[in-house]
Design a binder for this molecule. Structure first.
Ligand code: FMN
Length: 253
């Protein structure tokens, strides 16, 4: 068993690692950004594959990873973990359809509610206490599901036709472009940016350069919120215009 994930702000990494190791404490877990990820998939029969849900869809870079490496999924058994803030319809189903198309067997799906990583939209923000409680619930869901899987019982979150309809009409139709295209409207507060390069080093799309001592965004953002959450100066905003809270999972553990 191998865990493979993409995680912008740490939620999915946390869930996939915890879940995979609850089933097999020696299992290896890799980010799709890790050069070893594709070989790890090739070498393993059973993959726990996790990602955050964006607008009831798969993040663009996760879809691209699956499509680019489609041949390695053939014949694999896959269990999907989709993390989310509130609602994802068929969050797990979106990748399940791709995996099936590429010849994998999808054993089940698990939706895990985690703190919402969009920290520049006030409406989505919760207190530290509420977020800690969300993690406690997630931990319980992870350990219960891991126990069930050891007895060969796989949850099917997000895999039904009804979930597909909910995801499609609940969000995917209206936010289609935000997920399918690159996002081009990241905002930098130039007075705050000190050109430290933390965003540049961490961006999974290599979408940021430091030019003349300031962050400069290119045109390949997939809205993962990593630069937002890691900026020590709180100089970056993405969907909103103000930093209400920088979210990374360690804060709530
Ligand atoms: C662009 C974007 C869109 C999102 N859309 C949804 C959504 O449709 N439903 C939901 O419940 N959460 C949504 N979220 C919240 C994330 O899915 C959630 O915080 C996730 O656990 C983040 O995982 P990560 O820390 O591994 O990146 C969205 C987050 C982002 C950045």
């Amino acid at each position: 068993m191998t865990g493979i994930y993409f995680s912008g702000t740490g939620n999915t990494k946390y869930c996939v690692t915890k879940f995979t190791r609850a089933i097999n404490e020696n299992a290896e877990v890799f980010s799709i950004e890790d050069d070893r990820a594709v070989k790890a998939i090739t070498d393993s029969n059973f993959i726990v594959f996790g990602y955050p849900v964006y607008y009831s869809d798969i993040p663009k870079l996760v879809r691209e990873f699956i499509c680019k490496n489609s041949s390695v999924f053939k014949g694999k058994k896959i269990f999907i973990i989709a993390t989310m803030g509130l609602f994802s319809g068929d969050g797990a189903g979106c990748s399940a359809r791709l995996f099936k198309k590429y010849g994998a067997q999808v054993l089940g799906g698990l939706h895990i509610k985690m703190p919402d990583c969009i920290g520049d939209v006030k409406l989505l923000k919760k207190s530290l206490d509420k977020n800690r409680k969300i993690i406690i619930k997630a931990d319980k869901k992870i350990s219960c599901t891991a126990e069930k899987i050891q007895k060969n019982s796989y949850p099917q979150n997000g895999l039904s036709f009804l979930c597909r309809i909910a995801g499609l009409f609940g969000q995917r139709l209206y936010f289609h472009n935000k997920v399918k295209a690159y996002y081009k409207a990241i905002k930098l507060n130039k007075d705050k940016c000190v050109g430290c390069g933390i965003c540049e080093k961490n961006c999974p799309m290599h979408n940021i350069d430091i030019v003349d001592g300031k962050a400069k965004f290119k045109d390949k953002c997939t809205i993962c919120y990593r630069c937002f959450s890691k900026c020590p100066q709180q100089a970056i905003t993405i969907l909103g215009n103000k930093v209400f809270e920088q979210c990374y999972v360690e804060k709530y553990l």
